[in-house]
Structure formats: C-alpha cells, structure tokens
Design a protein around this ligand. Structure first.
Ligand code: CP3
Length: 339
C-alpha cells in the first residue's frame, strides 16, 4: 500500500509530499456526472457498490488517499431530520430544529443505522491501494444545517439558539457529538485508515464563543477517537483566529484553509502536529501554470518539514478542469521529492 499519506499524518519521513483533494470525487468529473444522470446523490450514498465506484473515480489522477463518498448530513435522517439535496439550492432539511421540544425528539442513533456507509468502507478496503479516509461533520456545522434548514450566510438562527437558549443548544450539540463519536468509531471498525472531522462553518464564531459553546463538544468526539491510534484530521474554514482553540479540542492533523499562510498556521498549531492544506481551490480553474505557481508557494511554506499533507484549503469546485487536477498532483509529487 502507498502509505505516504499515513506517514505524513504521523510526521514520519516521506519520499515526497502526499496529496489528496477535498471533494475529489464529484461534479468536476464527467464519470461522476454520468452516474448522477441515473441516480440521485442520496442513491449514490446509500448503495455501497455505487459509493465505492464514485470513491475510486478520481484515484487514477494519482491521489495518495481516497475519501469515502458519502455526506456529512447522512446521520440527520435516522436521527429524525430527513432532508434532500435540492437542485441548485443545496441541502434542504424538511423540518428545521428550533425549540427544546424539537431537540428532545432527535434520536441518538446507533451507527448500524448507517450500515450502508460501513458496507461501502468494507468493499473499498478490498480494492484500494491507498489509505481510506472516513469522515463526519462536526457538531456546530451539523447544527447549523439542522437549525437553519439548509445553507446560510449569517447563521442568525443558529447563533440565536446558541446565545439565547444555551441549555437547548448544549442538548443539541451533545446529541450530535455523541452520534458523530459513535459513527467515527464504527467507520474505524469497518476499516477506515484515518478520519476527518469537517467543521466547515466554524469560522463564524469568535474564539471566546468557540471555547464556550463548541469546543467541549468537539473535544468529546476527538479526545475519544484519538485513542484509536488512527490519524484524526480536524478541518474548518475561516479559522485563522481559531487554530489554537481547534488544536486544543483535538486532532493529529489540523486542516488549514487557504486564507491562513501555511507556515504561520503550522507554527501556531505547533510543529508537534501535522497540517493539511491549503491551496485556494479557485487557482485550479487555471491556467495550469497559475495553479502550479500557487502550489509551489504552498510547498515553500511547508519547507520540506515532515508532517505536511498537501490539499486544497476547501473543496474542489465543479468548474475545475480535470487536467489541472492531474497537473497539480504530478507537480507536487515531482517538486517535493526528497533528495
Ligand atoms: O470529498 C469527497 O469527495 C467525499 C464526499 C463528500 C461530499 N460531501 C459529497 C457531496 C464530502 C466529504 C462531503 C462533505 C460535506 N457535505 C461538507 C463538508 C465539506 C465542505 O465542503 O465544507 C458539507 C458542508 C456538506 C453538505 C453538503 N452536501 C452541501 C452544502 C452540498 C451541496 C453543495 C453543492 O455544491 O451542491 C452537498 C452535496 C454534495 N455532497 C455533493 C457531493 C459530491 C454534490 C452532489 C451532487 O449534486 O452531485
């Protein structure tokens, strides 16, 4: 097995810097779009053979890890909050959560209720020649979809609940954290070689409020999962002001988004942690030499130190030309080759 990715997570020496890309399976690939003509997003997620097929689609580009094809929102349905991916709108939660009674109704599910995800992991482990990354959404990011009913720009309902009804907020976050903790354990039991916690929208909070309203719940998940000994990647966006607080909450690897200079971010989380990031996904739109110039800057910031996993600072955009994805992977491997 190509273990560069796992070695970098553990800050061991590597032959060259490993690379994978968030959302590496998806709409920028014609093969994915072709499958989506026949199946809905949820059908792909819920059919282990299809989820496996989509997970494998980008790997010929040379990625050093696979990320399971699934979605952070999947646990919400069995918890009692069904949703759909509406065309052009993103996720829509049918009955958003707004009150204590709504939170009381949410169920703390057993991971077996997401058995299709665990089955996809087992199928993939038979096929893969690179490590498999399992994942879950972090409590704040999941809560924001549940409370807003979908995507949001101001997060007003979420933050109102957090500030004005803190007891209900903590009950909601507690349930989500416990579901996520159990689900990540189950993914590791099924064979995931590493796991990533996506706290995509956490940059909405200032550092004090993060520590008060969120950090204990994230720590509940991560401190426990870290006992399993597989690498745990803790990712968020807009987190320049939160990096120290996120590191305290847990994670073997801290994800850096594209706004934080990698060298500064790494120094602040400490060189005793690995870091993942942080090319701006927009530069992959091209031209190719622009993408390569920016990739070179990320590598310069990492300065050849052990413990860097090359990635984007957020997910790959659907408009991205496949040729640029391939070019950047090849460029990172070639120019980071250790002498
Ligand atoms: O990274 C991968 O390739 C693995 C699969 C994966 C998906 N979603 C597939 C997906 C992962 C890791 C996610 C995580 C996810 N899902 C996050 C955290 C990461 C991030 O980008 O911040 C979030 C916030 C979600 C919630 C979600 N799912 C949204 C907001 C959307 C709509 C976005 C859009 O661009 O339409 C989804 C749908 C979704 N999840 C798609 C994919 C490939 C698009 C589905 C389609 O229309 O084919």
């Amino acid at each position: 097995m190509n273990d560069r990715f796992l070695r970098a997570c553990r800050r061991e020496p590597v032959d060259c810097t490993p690379i994978w890309m968030m959302r590496q399976a998806g709409r920028y690939m014609a093969e994915y779009r072709a499958l989506r003509e026949k199946h809905s997003m949820l059908e792909l997620c819920k059919t282990p053979e299809l989820a496996m097929q989509v997970t494998l689609q980008p790997l010929p580009f040379g990625m050093d890890a696979a990320i399971l094809f699934a979605d952070i929102l999947l646990p919400l349905e069995p918890m009692g909050a069904p949703f759909e991916f509406a065309k052009g709108e993103g996720p829509v939660i049918h009955s958003p959560v707004g009150s204590k009674a709504d939170v009381d109704k949410l169920r703390i599910i057993e991971p077996g209720e997401l058995g299709y995800v665990l089955e996809a992991i087992k199928l993939l482990k038979k096929e893969l020649k690179v490590p498999l990354i399992g994942f879950a959404g972090a409590p704040f990011t999941l809560a924001s979809y549940l409370v807003e009913g979908g995507k949001s720009s101001q997060f007003a309902k979420t933050k109102r609940l957090m500030y004005a009804e803190t007891e209900t907020w903590n009950a909601l976050m507690g349930k989500l954290a416990e579901v996520v903790r159990r689900f990540l354990h189950a993914q590791i039991d099924a064979g995931a070689d590493a796991v990533q916690l996506f706290d995509s929208w956490i940059g909405q909070l200032n550092a004090d409020d993060y520590r008060t309203y969120v950090q204990p719940h994230v720590a509940h998940v991560l401190k426990d999962i870290m006992k399993r000994g597989v690498p745990v990647i803790h990712f968020g966006t807009g987190t320049y002001h939160l990096l120290e607080a996120q590191k305290e909450a847990g994670g073997t690897v801290i994800g850096l988004d594209f706004r934080t200079p990698l060298a500064e971010g790494w120094k602040r989380v400490g060189h005793d942690h690995a870091v993942q990031g942080n090319l701006d996904p927009t530069v992959l739109l091209g031209p190719r030499d622009l993408a390569e110039r920016h990739a070179a800057r990320v590598l310069e910031q990492a300065a050849g130190r052990d413990g860097h996993i090359f990635n984007l600072g957020h997910g790959i955009l659907p408009e991205t030309p496949v040729a640029n994805v391939q070019a950047v992977i090849e460029f990172v491997h070639r120019t980071s080759a250790r002498k």
